[in-house]
Design a protein around this ligand. Sequence first.
Ligand code: PLP
Length: 395
Amino acid sequence: MTINEKSRAYGAQKSTIREISAYANQRKAEIGADKVFDFSLGNPSVPAPDAVKASIEHSLTLPPMQLHGYTPASGLPEVREALAQSLNRRFSTSYSAGDLYLTCGAAASLSITFNAVVNPGDEVIVIAPYFPEYRVWIESAGATCVEVMADPKSFMLDIEAITAALNERTKAIVINSPNNPVGAVYSRENLEQLAAALTEAEQRFGTTIYLVSDEPYREIAFGVEVPWVPSIYDRTIVCYSYSKSLSLPGERIGWVLVPDTNPEHDVLVQAVAGAGRALGFVCAPALFQRVLMDCVDEPCNVEAYERNRKTLTEGLSKLGYEFVEPQGAFYLWVRALEPDAEAFFERARAHELLPVPSDSFGCPGWVRVGYCVSHETIVNSMDAWEALAQEYQAS
Ligand code: PLP
C-alpha cells in the first residue's frame, strides 16, 4: 500500500452537508440568492460581537513578535486563567489555568480528547442522530464508534439503550447538548440517570468510562437550563468552541477542560497535551486567544435564532409538518414526508429547499433544517414548504 487507505477513504467520502452547501452556492449563482433556501450549514447568521473587532484592532497595535509569535502549546496562561475564572463565576467551580487547553475549535477539542483517552479495541458511544464527524475522529483515534439511538419521541438520552450498549470495552460516551441535529437540551434528571448508569457500569466491569461533553451550543438555549455536566459526573471532559457563541467558526478557537474534580485529572491533562502535540496542533491561533481574553464574558446574542425558530416552527406547524420542538442550538429536526429522507430531500430540492437528509446523522426518515440563516430566508421559504406538502398530499 503506497498511502494510508483509511485517510484516503475519509478524503474520498464527501460530507453531505458540505455537498449540499456547495450545490446551494452554485444554484444561487444560477437563479439568484433570494430564490434558494439553503438550510444546510451551521454557519451562524448573527455577526460576531463588536467586542471581537475592538479586541483584534487592539491586538494589531502589539509588537509583531508578540502578536504573531508562538504561544505555549496549551495557550497563553493569562487567557486560560481568565477563562477558568469566568467558568468559576458561572458554575461555582474552582478551575484554574492548568485545567484548560486551548484548541483550534471543537473539532480539535474532540479529536484531541479521543486521542487522549482511547486505545485500540476501545469503544466510544455516540447518540444517534449525531454530528457525522464524531465517527471520523473516534475511528481515526483507533476506537470503534458505537451508535445508540436517542429516545425516538423526546430525543433525550435513552438510558436503557445506553446501558445495553455499555460493556468492558466502553471507554467513553459523547453527548452534545444543546444538540446538533435535533435541538434537544438534556435535562438534569436525564443527565443524572446517565451518570448513574455509567457509574454502575464502571463498577460492574471494573473499568473507567469518560463522559465527553461536546458543548459548542451551550449558550444557545431558549429558556431551559443547560446543566453543567462535570457537576453531575466526575469523569467528564468538556469540549468547547467559540464557533457558535461568538460566531467565529472560521477562526478556529476553543478549548478542552479537564475539570479539577476529574479523578484522573493530572494524567488526563498530560494526555490532552500529548494528543495535541501528536496531532501537530502546536498552539491555538494567538490572535484569537487574545480575543477570548477580551470577550470572556461577552453574552451570546440568541434573539435572532429565537425569532427564526418561532417563525419556522409556527409556519411548518400550520402546514402540517411534524418536528421536534427545539430547546437549543439552531436546527429543526423535521420528519420527512416519506420514509426515505434522501427521496424527500430530492423532492424538496426541486422547490429550492435545501435541508440535510437525516441518514448522514445516523438516523433514517428526517431532515435537519439549519435556521442560522436570515429571517427573510425563513419567511420567503414558506411558499416552497407549502408547495412541497401539497405535492405529497396530492400523491
Ligand atoms: N460538535 C458539534 C455538535 C458541531 O455542530 C460542530 C460544528 O458544527 C462541531 C462540534 C465542530 O465545531 P468547530 O467549528 O468549533 O470545530
